[in-house]
Ligand binder design. Structure first.
Ligand SMILES: Nc1ncnc2c1ncn2[C@@H]1O[C@H](COP(=O)(O)OP(=O)(O)O)[C@@H](O)[C@H]1O
Ligand SMILES: [Mg+2]
Length: 227
């Protein structure tokens, strides 16, 4: 029996093709990195391998820490293919566009903010916090996908930039949700209130949620004045 059975391609991005199928009979997702024609083939293969390894390593670390992220099922470096569990729910972008959503945008965004803070408390940034990379399911809540640009860090600036990406995307794609970023921040700040200061990461102390939010405001001002 073949372990991975492909059903259909659900997404073709700049770097990867994402397929839906089953792995050992269970619903699964295969992410296949595509060669980038304009790059030197050897360099391309090396970069692809490094990115995939980083994504797989961070996903494993986060799943062990109990965060809602896909579980890795199989990792085939030669085929540039990562197979992971299919997470339930729809991307945040769809929830925000759907005015008939059962749950209010507020609770979905507050929960997403909490999840981003839980990620940062592991000393990890996501790198691409768009409303496509957060899934939300009414039964199981928010989860995170797409860790290709994720990094280990203790720098307040890196966490601030992670939130700033989100701020820009919410402003550009969801102008009808004017309070969206406030709700994200509300969730982001609530986690430290409940769990105390962030745990020590490998390299040094992690910034508090308040410090990161202050830095976000600083970055917003910088961007406003310097473009
Ligand atoms: N584990 C998963 N569970 C459910 N849907 C997923 C999963 N991984 C990817 N997807 C879907 O495929 C899309 C593209 O995957 P993603 O990893 O974000 O690729 P890209 O790097 O091209 O953005 C996502 O926006 C989501 O809709
Ligand atoms: Mg994505």
């Amino acid at each position: 029996m073949q372990a991975w059975v492909s059903e259909r391609i659900i997404h073709v991005g700049a770097e990867a093709e994402v397929g839906l199928g089953t792995y050992l009979g269970q619903p699964a997702i295969a992410k296949i990195r595509r060669p980038r024609g304009w790059r030197h083939p050897e360099l391309d293969a090396r970069l692809t391998r490094r990115r995939m390894m980083a994504e797989a390593r961070l996903l494993t670390k986060l799943a062990r820490a109990g965060l809602p992220v896909p579980l890795i099922q199989d990792f085939d470096i030669a085929a540039s293919r990562l197979i992971m569990t299919l997470l339930p729910g729809r991307p945040l972008i769809e929830h925000l566009r759907d005015s008939n959503s059962v749950q209010s945008a507020e609770s979905v965004l507050v929960e997403s903010g909490e999840l981003v803070r839980r990620l940062h408390r592991q000393g990890i940034t996501h790198g691409d916090l768009s409303t496509n990379n957060i899934l939300y399911c009414h039964q199981q809540g928010a989860s995170l996908i797409d860790f290709g640009l994720s990094r280990i860090t203790e720098e307040v600036e890196d966490f601030g930039i992670d939130l700033h990406v989100m701020h820009e995307i919410l402003g550009a794609s969801h102008p009808d949700h004017g309070q969206a970023m406030e709700w994200i921040i509300k969730g982001y700040l609530s986690v430290d209130g409940e769990h105390g200061p962030p745990p020590f990461a490998g390299g040094g102390p992690l910034p508090s949620a308040e410090e990161v939010v202050l830095r976000l405001k600083d970055i917003m001002t910088r961007v406003r004045y310097h473009g």
